[in-house]
Design a binder for this molecule. Structure first.
Ligand SMILES: [Zn+2]
Length: 145
């Protein structure tokens, strides 16, 4: 709930933790194989590691910082009417230090995006509906401004 009584809804529920305390930070939720060490994001529900074919996955919280693997600036909204966020937007992949690649939108100043640049996970409003309810999702933000 926001200050003025609107509701906040997380999109893609289960992809990240939602902090309940002001100084808690959100983290993406992945799966790690206890047998071969392979990491997956998003987490896999059935616990089957597609790398070693064992049912040995456990839920793990992933690093909040990573490096930009690739990005693009999208100037037109995707067709199909499912996208309600701002345009243009930046989209791409982030490599986390533990070795998993995350598909994500970027926020902040697009001019500071660069391959290999350091980014940090944030939860941010993607759009709000006619009643002012906020729909939030995870994004990565460049650490330098
Ligand atoms: Zn495995």
């Amino acid at each position: 709930m926001t200050k003025d009584g609107k509701m906040i809804f997380p999109l893609n529920e289960g992809l990240y933790t939602l902090p309940s305390l002001p100084d808690e930070k959100t983290q993406l939720i992945g799966s790690k194989c206890t047998n071969c060490g392979e990491l997956f994001f998003p987490k896999k529900d059935k616990g089957l590691c597609i790398h070693c074919q064992q049912i040995t996955l456990e839920e793990v919280k992933l690093s909040r910082q990573g490096k930009i693997a690739s990005f693009t600036i999208v100037l037109q909204p995707p067709s199909g009417g499912f996208y309600h966020g701002p345009v243009p937007y930046a989209y791409g992949y982030v490599d986390l230090p533990e070795g998993v690649r995350i598909e994500t939108q970027f926020t902040g100043d697009f001019n500071t995006l660069e391959i290999g640049g350091d980014v940090e996970l944030v939860i941010e409003k993607l759009y709000e509906d006619a009643e002012g309810n906020e729909f939030v999702t995870y994004k990565f933000k460049p650490l330098k401004d």
